[in-house]
Write a protein that binds this ligand. Structure first.
Ligand code: T3D
Length: 264
């Protein structure tokens, strides 16, 4: 039997998904996309999973689209339909990440290039090893940033830096990515797995329904004026205020005990 293209491992409430094509820096084939979609769907469906860590096997995180994948071969008209690849694979992937009911942490263990960079940046928190880097490799092969890059990069960085990275395709080292606020944290290589795991365990013990709602409210508010965002906040708080976790959080505070959150 062939090796899984996405490895799945649980540590209590934290599920770790590891992209597993290390010889090609975990670049995406159609088959790896299918396994990752299925793994994300399973994590979303299982009540016991309260946080997800996404990382890569070997020395890379993900080098984007596998440029040797037979799915990239020209069709009968002699042309490659990259739009179809995006619609079938990258768009569903990026949307799935944004809709996860639990926080997702990217543990970027090495180079993250092309769609691999934007896969990481689409996660809720990005922790990167000092030796890792982020490359918007698209311009070098005549494409625009995808897997949500056109939406994510200007929001994360502002237009000047986003365009600078996208146009040049320059390698951005992890420590610089942290310094300019593109990612949450850069840590020593030897500390990456433990740091990401500890962060995931910490978030898993929190009210994850509210954490996911926070991401979704941020995404929605990005398209709104302030009054619309205030109305959104009222709607979301009303719903969260009816949940177990709000009552539990307040009761635990009043009773000076640790809360036991369970909503999802
Ligand atoms: O259908 C569509 O195209 C639409 C979707 C587009 C989304 C995209 O992601 S477009 C961008 C695609 N990705 C790239 O252009 C990145 C290509 N890779 C690189 O530029 C470099 O590999 C890196 C900068 C990421 C890393 O460089 P380095 O020197 O550390 O490693 P390397 O020697 O280049 O790569 C190691 C191996 O991985 C090598 O295989 P080999 O020679 O040892 O057998 C290399 O061919 C393979 N590899 C790396 N990236 C890819 C890849 N194989 C297939 N596809 C790749 N993207």
């Amino acid at each position: 039997m062939s090796e899984p293209l996405v490895l799945v491992a649980d540590a209590g409430p934290v599920r770790t998904l590891t992209l597993n094509r290390p010889a090609a820096l975990n670049s995406f084939t159609g088959a790896m996309h299918a396994e990752l979609r299925a793994a994300l769907d399973a994590a979303a469906a299982e009540a016991s999973v309260r946080a997800v860590v996404l990382t890569g096997a070997g020395r890379g995180f993900c080098a984007g689209q596998d440029l040797n994948d037979p799915g990239m071969a020209p069709g009968a008209d002699g042309r490659v339909d990259i739009g179809a690849v995006i619609e079938a694979n990258y768009r569903p992937l990026a949307l799935r990440l944004r809709a996860m009911p639990v926080p997702v942490i990217a543990a970027v263990n090495g180079v993250a290039a092309g769609a691999g960079a934007n896969l990481a940046l689409g996660c809720d928190l990005v922790v990167a090893a000092r030796s890792a880097s982020f490359i918007q490799a698209f311009s070098k092969i005549g494409l625009v940033p995808d897997c949500g890059g056109t939406w994510l990069l200007p929001r994360l960085l502002g237009r000047a830096r986003a365009l600078g990275l996208a146009l040049t395709g320059d390698k951005l080292p992890a420590d610089e990515a942290a310094r300019i606020g593109l990612i949450w944290q850069c840590v020593e290589d030897s500390a990456l797995a433990d740091t990401a795991q500890a962060l995931a365990q910490r978030l898993a013990a929190m009210p994850v329904k509210a954490l996911a709602a926070t991401r979704q409210a941020f995404d929605a508010a990005a398209m709104m004026d302030m009054d619309q965002a205030l109305a959104l906040e009222a709607r979301v708080q009303r719903e969260l205020g009816h949940q177990h976790d709000f009552a539990e959080g307040v009761a635990a505070f009043q009773q000076k005990r640790a809360p036991q959150f369970k909503d999802r």
